[in-house]
Design a binder for this molecule. Structure first.
Ligand SMILES: [Zn+2]
Ligand SMILES: [Zn+2]
Length: 231
């Protein structure tokens, strides 16, 4: 049985409705081993404003003190250009426990293949340039783009992620990525994460679908990112 944890949760600092403390409490009540609070980075319209990043971190640290499970301080940073630039600087990243990165914006494309290639390029450069712990909802951009890529391109991408220690998230909200991609991750030694992408206390830790997927593809506890973050 893979472990129960949730490394993708939003609070009031971006577009969630709960406080850090309330989300951590809900995670503990749902029986999770650990939770990461990962509000949107500043470059998304609903993202955490830059001047709120430090107060956000302070609130997470306070929630940590009261919680009975590990509460990781994180962010869901945005990839903001084709070169893989993200919207938080290294100094701030150094203060976090976990760096989750998502791609929420792509360029104009004539079809799904072009869109998928744009996504792949941004994700590749972001992983090359930054020490990313988790790629949020991999290859999801209004739909799963992975099937529009060549198998060898996906293989190269997964090998890069393995070499750089970037985990791929099984995302509850969008139900991505597909099992074929996740099997490839397992085969190449890429660790997997679980994220509900919760925006309310009711959604935190509802990971049943992800656990089912992980069980079907034969993921073991050691294939998950969790233990590296428990201390
Ligand atoms: Zn996202
Ligand atoms: Zn999110």
């Amino acid at each position: 049985m893979p472990a129960k944890f949730d490394f993708h949760v939003h609070t009031m600092y971006s577009d969630g409705v709960g406080t850090a403390a309330a989300m951590a409490e809900a995670a503990e009540a749902r029986g999770l081993e650990a939770v990461a609070l990962t509000d949107h980075g500043p470059e998304l319209s609903v993202g955490t404003p830059r001047e709120k990043l430090t107060p956000m971190l302070q609130d997470i640290r306070l929630a940590q003190e009261d919680a009975g499970i590990p509460v990781l301080a994180g962010i869901e940073a945005n990839v903001v250009d084709e070169g893989g630039t993200i919207d938080v600087d290294d100094e701030f990243i150094g203060k976090l426990d976990i760096l989750v990165v998502g791609i929420h914006k792509l360029g104009k494309a004539k079809d799904s293949v072009e869109l998928a290639r744009d996504y792949l390029g941004r994700a590749t450069h972001a992983i090359e340039r930054h020490k990313i712990d988790v790629l949020a909802h991999p290859f999801y951009f209004h739909r799963d783009l992975a099937p529009h890529l060549l198998p060898e391109d996906l293989e190269n991408f997964v090998r890069l992620a393995a070499g750089r220690g970037a985990a791929m998230e099984v995302n509850m909200k969008y139900r991505v990525p597909g099992e074929e991609f996740l099997r490839l991750c397992l085969h190449e030694g890429v660790k997997l994460s679980i994220g509900t992408d919760a925006h309310t206390t009711g959604e935190v830790g509802r990971v049943d679908w992800a656990l089912g997927v992980l069980q079907r593809i034969g993921a073991r506890r050691e294939d998950l990112i969790l233990d590296g973050f428990l201390r």
